[in-house]
Design a protein around this ligand. Structure first.
Ligand code: ATP
Ligand code: MG
Length: 227
């Protein structure tokens, strides 16, 4: 088990963003979290990387528990996770190569090993020719592929992607989803949040639906027909 939510409630003031969430993820699994805007998808993801802690209940992720975690443990937890956001969040003053290399450089990986790993990932993402470009010289789809390469560079146990295709057109989105499916087939667990679960082939993932902060059975979620 690499992720375990145990009866998690999260309140922002008196507003319930998550209610009674129980969710488990095994090593190597692909879980898609969908649901309408405001359902609690981003809140759930923030609990996985412990940017937020539950109001009640516990979250356990790759051996760390929200119960009693210390701020000094957070970098150790996050080193085991790869995180991709809707808005890419690349460093604008650094090249593609430098953006992808950074997580390895900060942990003291020897330069030769850094180059080997970064070149390997840029090739996987079909970005080798863009390695000396800056983020603002790239298309949205290219920027998101750089962000995925950066998230994968340190061999995470789990890749978290919160609406990674939210700023991309449908064709480019399909390519990003294909890359996530490929990453999962190669053995990394993936958690993907999306409004549109139809982006992901039915056999490739387990589908979890959130509505009003609760996990609901998809057959009871009327929003699905309206997608
Ligand atoms: N920091 C916060 N303070 C107060 N309320 C918050 C905060 N973060 C989230 N919320 C509320 O919690 C609920 C869940 O928000 P969340 O961002 O998790 O939804 P979401 O499913 O990711 O939506 P979207 O699809 O629009 O990204 C929303 O009603 C939101 O307004
Ligand atoms: Mg969100």
């Amino acid at each position: 088990m690499i992720v375990s939510f145990n009866n998690v409630r999260k309140y922002y003031g008196s507003w319930p963003a998550l209610e009674k969430v129980d969710l488990r993820l095994e090593e190597g699994e692909f879980v898609v979290i969908s649901g309408p805007s405001g359902a609690g998808k981003t809140t759930l993801f923030r609990h996985v990387w412990m940017g937020d802690l539950p109001t009640t209940g516990t979250v356990e992720v790759v051996g760390f528990s929200s119960d009693g975690i210390r701020s000094g443990d957070l970098p150790l937890l996050r080193r085991k996770l790869g995180i991709v956001f809707q808005d890419f969040r690349l460093l604008p003053e650094r090249t593609v190569f430098e953006n992808v290399a950074l997580p390895l450089q900060v942990t003291g990986t020897p330069p030769k090993a850094v180059r080997r790993r970064v070149f390997e990932l840029l090739a996987d993402m079909e970005l080798s020719h863009r390695r000396n470009s800056f983020p603002n010289e790239l298309s949205g789809g290219e920027q998101q592929r750089v962000a995925i390469a950066r998230a994968m560079v340190a061999h995470p146990v789990l890749l978290l992607a919160d609406e990674p295709t939210g700023n991309l057109d449908p064709e480019v989105s399909r390519k990003v989803i294909d890359l996530l499916v490929g990453i999962n087939r190669a053995g990394t667990a993936v958690m993907l949040a999306t409004h549109d679960p139809r982006q992901v082939p039915a056999g490739a993932a387990r589908f979890v639906y959130l509505d009003g902060g609760r996990i609901v059975d998809p057959s009871y979620w009327d929003g699905y027909d309206q997608l």
